[in-house]
Design a protein around this ligand. Structure first.
Ligand code: GDP
Length: 449
């Protein structure tokens, strides 16, 4: 991809909002703007004070438009290059006409995420910060926005940069010791190197512990509702979603396949999955649903096991109960508005009625409690991205291997693991990431970002 040409895009997307923004970046952006924009006093953008909105007229080959223009002089801009933004009237035709005029005067259409890619290449932001910004744009909950902001503002980048500096320092200490090849110096160097690596190992280990909560923040809590037919699974799903998503009947086997939907619990997304009632069946279609329910159990963060208190506790109930042992589950005793026929009590149980509403709030709190989100301090780094988790895990493995082998191996050999850890951790900020991966990341961005 050429980075010395000038790119243009409608950054507000193809929507019919009140205002649209057309954005250009690159060495010719200001001269192109000079050709199409004049202020009310007939001044040209190249004479505008940077970062100040100026009202004027855009002239295209087919229409004139009253608009605002702002100039940013590189490196003090989003991309680090010269940039111009036009704020014009909304709709889709005006902005695309202005964009075409920029293209007619030498700009080319930006690819997805190209503005941000240039910002990364020009050192305006790290790769993980760019990913945090994208997370904010795509967020579906406040928790996701906060985690994205945390990443964007550089909390993880700072840790990665600190680690890289530390690893470089350790490597140079090892290098120096080669100039003084006496045993005592080697011994002192090894002890010091080990101490410093252990600090990094501890830091990385702590941060990696947040990855499961991070996955929940980003993708939502996967909550699976299981229980034999007619225990009230669909009724509970509808109650939690606050609308009639699933069909509720008293005919067993109505929910033959799983039903999925999402709702916000506080500021956290919950993916609720109502499974087909798990029981022994000969119905082929129903059997597929039952098998799927069993597979879904493996992917669930939390399982809600429903027991119908208006019927006797059965061997089928017990079979399901046995199959969820060792998983993160809560027993939900349903239909408490009816006569209770279940004497058995469970260690971790909640009683609910979707008719009276009893226990529903308690259940919501329980879901959040079982997701273990509150264990994470508000200002802590949270790993929400698989790529970061993978890079940090590899770096930790190499650091731990260096620590383990430092007593028995020469510093020369140990430094190989330390160098690899440096490369691994650099993938977070992007300074050791391959071009292919960088391209893949920015392709996921929206046009004009
Ligand atoms: P599923 O097969 O497990 O999804 O069960 P459904 O949600 O379809 O409910 C089966 C039957 O139980 C329906 O007739 C519901 O109206 C009824 N039901 C569900 N929850 C309650 C409840 O809390 N109280 C009462 N009285 N009936 C309920």
């Amino acid at each position: 991809m050429e980075n010395n040409d000038t790119i243009v895009a409608v950054s507000t997307g193809a929507s019919s909002g009140a205002i649209s923004i057309v954005r250009m970046s690159g060495k010719d952006s200001i001269s192109i703007a000079d050709k199409i924009f004049s202020s009310l006093k007939n001044n040209k953008p190249s004479s505008f004070q940077p970062r100040l909105l100026v009202l004027g007229t855009i002239s295209t080959s087919s229409f004139n438009e009253q608009a605002m223009c702002v100039v940013f002089k590189g490196p003090k801009s989003y991309t680090g290059e010269d940039m111009v933004e036009f704020q014009c009237h909304g709709g889709t035709q005006i902005s695309s006409g202005i964009m075409k005029e920029c293209i007619a005067n030498g700009a080319r259409v930006a690819t997805n995420g190209e503005f941000t890619k240039r910002a990364f290449i020009n050192g305006k932001m790290t790769l993980s910060s760019a990913e945090g910004m994208m997370d904010m744009i795509n967020a579906e909950s406040d928790a996701e926005i906060r985690a994205g902001y945390n990443l964007l503002s550089g909390s993880l980048s700072k840790l990665a940069s600190f680690a890289q500096t530390e690893l470089t320092d350790i490597l140079s200490e090892i290098e120096v010791s080669f100039d003084y090849p006496e045993e005592t110096i080697e011994y002192i160097t090894k002890a010091k190197v080990k101490d410093r690596l252990e600090i990094l190992s501890k830091d990385f280990g702590e941060v990696l512990k947040t990855a499961s909560a991070g996955k929940i923040i980003k993708s939502g809590i996967n909550v699976l509702i299981v229980g034999r037919p007619n225990v009230g699974k669909s009724s509970l799903l509808n109650k939690l979603l606050n609308h009639e998503r699933a069909i509720v009947t008293d005919i067993a086997g109505t929910t033959r396949d799983s039903i999925e939907d999402t709702f916000l619990l506080g500021d956290t997304k919950v993916n609720l999955i109502d499974t087909a009632g798990i029981h022994n069946t000969d119905d082929v279609v129903e059997k597929i649903g039952v098998d799927k329910a069993k597979n879904l159990m493996a992917q669930a963060d939390i399982i809600l096991f429903l027991v119908d208190t208006s019927r006797e506790y059965s061997s089928e109930d017990q079979e399901i109960y046995d199959s969820i042992q060792g998983k993160n589950f809560v027993v939900i005793k349903t239909k408490t508005d009816l006569e209770n026929k279940v004497q058995k009590s469970f260690e971790n149980e909640i009683q609910i009625s979707t008719v009276s509403g009893e226990g529903i709030e308690e259940l919501k709190n329980k879901i959040l409690e079982l997701a273990h989100l509150s264990n994470i301090p508000a200002d802590s780094i949270i790993i929400t991205n698989e790529r970061h988790k993978d890079a940090l895990t590899r770096a930790l493995k190499n650091i731990n291997s260096a620590i383990k082998n430092i007593e028995i191996q020469s510093l020369d050999l140990v430094s190989i693991s330390i160098k690899q850890a440096y490369i691994d951790v650099g993938e977070i900020t992007g300074n050791t990431t391959s071009e292919d991966i960088i391209d893949q990341i920015f392709k996921k961005f929206c046009l004009g970002k």
